[in-house]
Design a protein around this ligand. Structure first.
Ligand SMILES: Cc1cc2nc3c(=O)[nH]c(=O)nc-3n(C[C@H](O)[C@H](O)[C@H](O)COP(=O)(O)OP(=O)(O)OC[C@H]3O[C@@H](n4cnc5c(N)ncnc54)[C@H](O)[C@@H]3O)c2cc1C
Length: 332
């Protein structure tokens, strides 16, 4: 690893005052579980790290009638074991328990999870987010793309958004609070994830002189939600497809729904069409199957990842049934 300067502010104002005006030379470090690996592999080589771990204002969970605010520096393990999260947002708690391993969850933070960089093996080997060869030919299209995107891949970005918890947070309607040298702003979490169109752009709507300070979850009333993840093995592994579903119920019928897929596109991928298909319906294996078919209807697989369409379809169907509390149709 290359040598770097390390600064460790102990309050938010001090941390913000240290933020740079451009990407590259300075990086934020939280738990370090992603950033340090990228530095060891020389994919990023900052000259300075700003450590956020000593900034106490960025930690903790605060739940009240308006919902829940979570500091960006709260660890995934703290969140997975938080009684208010388990009670009010159980599908989020379940998704948290499936992230990585206990050791990583103990160190990794919420902000770091949402800001982590893609696992695309071209990116991780130094070819950039939009990898091309010297002649300008896209490497992913002609190359090893079995884990790449099946949605949102018509441009040069074909990696998949890595956070397993982002889809269920978007399904619950979460928003982010961001602070920087130019002040504060809030945005829905789904708008935080963007598809880069030129090398050098990032996959988050975050400027170099900003940090994520907290996540806000709205209150959940008459809502049933589920997270469903398909992995190659039961032990800790990256998912091949994730589906997150939140159903706002009106008696036995769905009043409105949010359906979000993960690990299938460069951003968490919402399916408003599948959500629309569920509105006004009672959930049963037939309505869940129909919504799942609709959710994957626009998929555009690459040469080696067509299998992910079926995985995404199954994940959506099972997440809908799981959210509705039905075991029917859980197989197949
Ligand atoms: C073996 C392994 C398995 C994994 N499996 C999964 C999985 O199944 N699902 C999953 O979701 N993740 C998985 N991960 C990724 C893991 O969840 C992330 O590495 C972790 O959440 C990152 O958090 P961190 O606090 O360590 O971030 P860091 O490594 O400190 O930072 C990550 C990035 O976020 C930026 N950053 C951090 N905090 C902020 C902030 N507050 N504001 C702005 N920028 C910030 C940093 O600058 C850096 O670019 C896995 C990782 C490993 C090593």
């Amino acid at each position: 690893m290359r040598a770097f300067e390390y600064v460790s502010p102990n309050n938010k104002a001090q941390a913000i005052s240290l933020l740079p005006s451009s990407w590259g030379k300075t990086e934020i470090i939280a738990g370090g579980t992603d950033l340090l690996a990228l530095m060891k592999d020389d994919v990023v080589s900052p000259q300075r790290l700003i450590n956020l771990k000593e900034v106490k204002e960025l930690r903790g969970v605060d739940a009240n009638a308006q919902g829940m605010r979570i500091g960006a520096l709260t660890t995934l393990d703290e969140l997975a074991n938080d009684p208010a999260i388990k009670k009010n947002y159980p599908a989020f708690a379940e998704a948290l328990k499936e992230v990585a391993s206990p050791q990583i969850r103990n160190q990794a933070t919420l902000g770091g999870n949402l800001c982590q960089r893609p696992r695309c093996w071209y990116f991780r080997n130094g070819f950039g987010l939009l990898p091309k060869d010297d002649s300008g030919k896209e490497l992913v299209t002609a190359g090893e793309n079995r884990y790449h995107a099946i949605f949102g891949n018509s441009g040069a970005a074909k990696f998949v958004s890595p956070s397993t918890i982002a889809p269920i947070l978007i399904a619950y309607g979460a928003s982010l609070r961001i602070e920087g040298l130019k002040g504060k702003r809030a945005l829905p979490l789904e708008k935080f994830f963007v598809i880069p169109t030129a090398e050098g752009q990032r996959e988050h709507d975050l400027r170099p002189n900003e940090i994520v300070t907290e996540l806000v979850l709205p209150p959940v009333l008459n809502m049933r939600a589920a997270h469903y993840e398909i992995r190659q093995k039961e032990a800790f592994d990256w998912p091949l497809a994730v589906a997150a579903v939140a159903l706002k119920m009106n008696g036995a019928s769905v009043q409105s729904a949010r359906v979000v897929l993960g690990h299938v596109a460069p951003v968490p991928w919402r399916s408003p069409e599948a959500a629309q298909a569920l509105a006004g319906q009672q959930v049963n294996p037939a309505t869940a199957q129909k919504a799942a078919e609709i959710a994957v209807a626009g998929a555009c697989p690459l040469s080696s990842n067509g299998y992910k369409v079926q995985l995404a379809r199954v994940a959506v169907r099972r997440a809908i049934l799981k959210a509705a509390g039905s075991a029917a149709g859980e197989t197949g």
